[in-house]
Design a protein around this ligand. Structure first.
Ligand SMILES: [Zn+2]
Length: 118
């Protein structure tokens, strides 16, 4: 009695042994990019998209045309994370700058001296 670990061929959707390099059913090569993504890989991509915000776009463009639906969803999620982080950074910067200008204004600093119309 042997236990075979199975995966689904991304081309013909047949169950095949996960060690196969070529699909025995349709003969297509199961390259690295055709193998399913592990949870660890996904988490690394999401973390990198978050902490290295614009880099999330790399995975977006890398995976968005992938025939694997799961990888397309990873592409979309890394895009959403990138957008959310960039929007967050923009908002924080905006409030930070506004707070500084407010502080300078109420401290009696003449902002016009610095060419800032406030
Ligand atoms: Zn196949």
């Amino acid at each position: 009695m042997e236990e075979l670990s199975l995966k689904t061929c991304p081309f013909c959707k047949q169950d095949i042994a996960s060690a196969d390099i070529f699909c025995p059913k349709c003969g297509k090569r199961l390259s690295e990019s055709a193998s399913p993504m592990t949870m660890g890989q996904k988490i690394r991509i999401y973390l990198a998209s978050f902490f290295l915000a614009p880099l999330g776009l790399i995975w977006f463009f890398k995976y968005i045309r992938n025939p694997d639906k799961e990888k397309r969803s990873v592409a979309l999620i890394s895009l959403y994370i990138t957008i959310a982080v960039l929007a967050g950074v923009t908002l924080i910067t905006y409030y930070y700058v506004t707070a500084i200008l407010d502080y300078m204004n109420t401290s009696g600093v003449d902002l016009n001296l610095y060419g800032i119309t406030y």
